[in-house]
Design a protein around this ligand. Structure first.
Ligand code: G1P
Length: 291
């Protein structure tokens, strides 16, 4: 029987050094794209796919992320007093049900695999989603919903995958591809950040996963991989052959918001997708294109 997908783990312990000084006193996941912080995009995308329980894997200096999902009583009272109805409605629409967010701390930065392992008590015996908030996806159907559709059919592990230029394979988890069926590919192997000459393909894992809980057993082995870190990719690779494993070439565009250019591109793309902002943005882009 295929278990329902209700849980998501969001690793948010990273330091965000590529965005200093912006991230000196603020978590990088609070950086806004247009008017919404990255963390909120990830949570909204997961909720749209029916996910109800969230575990944030945090670290020191990340309290703002937890406050962001709390009720800001004084703010709401002030908005009500000033008759700012639209702002109030916005806050209330995004409010999380009580008890839906839990946090654990990754005390030492030992890698993505270690961060997920820190959430093992939350994961328990359930299939779960992982969303890396640095990766933002603009699509018709939310990316996690697209993965959930495959999960509900196969009952196995599903990764969002996208082609990358061959010379960039050393930045991603890369697939060894098996049988392809439309946008869906069987995963025969996974390698974390291979040099282009060693890469089995140029199909990369982006920050959206649905995994079976068995991955925790492999993470517990705490084997060090690329960059001397405990890699999620290595633990996933050990599950191949035991449980269904698919990559989905999702519909949509992914923006790497952990990178300055990717982040700037996301600002433009998300603003252009907003009917209230698009005309003005188009106008100023024309101005800059000619300068
Ligand atoms: C992580 C994963 C990698 C994946 C990438 C997607 O790498 O380890 O397999 O392709 O996220 O963004 P990181 O970006 O944390 O180095």
């Amino acid at each position: 029987m295929i278990k329902p997908l209700r849980k998501a783990v969001l690793p948010v312990a990273g330091l965000g050094t590529r965005f200093l000084p912006a991230t000196k006193a603020m978590p990088k996941e609070m950086l806004p794209v247009v008017d919404k912080p990255l963390i909120q995009y990830a949570v909204d995308e997961a909720r749209a796919a029916g996910i109800e329980q969230f575990c944030l894997v945090t670290g020191r200096g990340k309290t703002a992320l937890i406050d962001h999902f709390d009720i800001a009583f004084e703010l709401e009272a002030t908005l009500a007093e000033r008759g700012k109805r639209d702002a109030l409605v916005l806050l209330r629409e995004e409010a999380m049900p009580p008890g839906s967010i839990t946090t654990v701390r990754q005390q030492v930065p030992l890698g993505l695999g270690h961060a997920i392992w820190c959430a093992r008590a939350f994961i328990g015996d359930d299939a779960f989603a992982i969303l890396l908030p640095d990766d933002l996806v603009l699509s018709q159907t939310p990316c996690m919903q697209q993965l959930a559709d495959v999960y509900h059919e196969t009952g196995g592990n599903v990764l969002a995958v996208a082609e990358v230029p061959h010379e960039q394979t050393n930045r991603y988890g890369i697939l060894d591809i098996g049988h392809a069926d439309g946008n869906r590919v069987e995963v025969n192997g996974l390698v974390e950040k291979p040099a282009p000459k060693d890469a089995p393909s140029n199909l990369s894992v982006i920050g959206r996963y649905i995994l079976l809980p068995e991955v925790v057993t492999f993470l517990s082995q705490m084997e060090r991989g690329a960059g001397n870190e405990v890699q999620l990719t290595d633990a996933m690779a050990k599950m191949i052959g035991h449980t269904p494993f698919h990559g989905l070439k999702f519909e949509g565009k992914r923006f790497d918001c952990g990178d300055k250019i990717g982040f700037l591109e996301a600002q433009i793309a998300f603003a252009l997708a907003r009917p209230d902002l698009a005309p003005a943005v188009r106008d100023f882009l024309k101005l800059y294109a000619n300068s």
